[in-house]
Design a binder for this molecule. Structure first.
Ligand code: SF4
Ligand code: SF4
Length: 317
């Protein structure tokens, strides 16, 4: 496993990180022991960077995985959607309590265009938390080019966690789509400003899993990206990544995604209706909360709904 240092933080992380979202209650809902076992398996193979979030409800998996000790260099990142000071401080405390140790890195979760001002209370909390030694580094995660570019100009910000993939899926600028080149320009500005960069959604929420090696080639070849966070839901996912990293994966190999289903992530869905309009099977309907839902008895897993979603809320797992 190769390692890099996140910008000017001095924090050393594996080039591939472990995103725990897929094992949690909003996706695979694995039993705690099973999920913790997958995390330990990855840690034993050199992955030392773990990403979670208050919203994911996955702290128990990480706590269990670390219970036996032996992984002193693990770097934990969590984040919160809270927009006010007290909420963010509580989120940091909650992570510390439920993880059984502090998160090393804490972020404002999924900052959208124009939100930096309205979430300034949460940002002040992160700045104070770092000053008080509650966390080692602070930053934000975002799908938005303009937010990533703004992060480069924030003096107290240490790290940024942007969305980037080979197809440019889900990259936004304001309410419009943007390209992978746009995001790479913003990421490079962060890099030049000494920020640590770790990226998300290399597979575009599952839509690019059938282009597995091409997707990984793209993100891992970007010199401005220190680490790439990959979501793992089973041991074979970890093995696939390690085989690719070690160069032992056959050139024509792509994971079998035939048993996966389409889901809507309600954390991200904005209820715009683009997926519903694109669906040839009438498989998408409005749920009680006004957000899109998939009727799996009708879904053809054709994937037409995924590229049209402006926020990458259509995911395959
Ligand atoms: S995968 Fe195809 S059939 Fe299924 S919800 Fe999306 S567009 Fe409709
Ligand atoms: S296209 Fe995306 S944001 Fe729009 S309704 Fe469908 S899932 Fe929600």
């Amino acid at each position: 496993m190769e390692y890099s240092v996140l910008g000017n933080t001095g924090i050393r992380v594996s080039r591939a990180g472990f995103g725990v979202l897929p094992m949690g209650p909003s996706q695979l809902a694995l039993p705690v022991d099973e999920g913790a076992g997958i995390i330990r398996y990855a840690l034993e193979r050199g992955i030392n960077f773990i990403d979670t979030a208050q919203y994911y409800r996955t702290y128990p998996y990480i706590r269990k995985a670390l219970e036996g000790g032996g992984f002193d260099d693990v770097v934990l990142c969590s984040k919160s959607l809270c927009d006010d000071y007290d909420g963010m401080m509580e989120a940091i405390g909650e992570a510390r309590e439920e993880l059984g140790r502090p998160a090393d890195i804490f972020l404002m979760h999924e900052v959208r265009a124009g939100q930096l001002e309205e979430r300034r209370g949460a940002w002040r909390a992160l700045v104070d938390a770092k000053r008080q030694g509650l966390v080692r580094a602070i930053g934000l995660s975002t799908h938005h080019v303009d937010v990533c570019a703004a992060a480069a100009e924030m003096p107290e910000l240490d790290v940024v966690f942007p969305l980037i993939n080979c197809a440019g899926l889900g990259i936004r600028r304001g309410n419009a789509f943007a390209t992978r080149e746009d995001m790479m320009e913003a990421i490079t500005a962060c890099r030049h400003a000494g920020k640590g960069v770790f990226s998300m959604k290399a597979f575009g929420g599952g839509s690019l899993t059938a282009r597995y090696q091409e997707a990984l080639d793209y993100v891992f070849s970007q010199p401005a990206i220190d680490s790439v966070m990959i979501g793992f839901g089973k041991i074979s996912d970890v093995d696939d990544l390690l085989r690719w990293m070690e160069g032992t994966m056959p050139a024509d190999y792509n994971p079998d995604i035939s048993k996966k289903k389409v889901h809507i992530n309600h954390e991200d869905c904005e209820g715009c209706g683009a997926c519903k309009a694109a669906c040839p099977a009438g498989a998408i309907y409005w749920g009680e909360n006004g957000l899109a839902e998939v009727d799996h008895s009708k879904c053809l897993t054709c994937g037409y709904c995924s590229p049209v979603c402006p926020v990458r809320a259509v995911i395959l797992y």
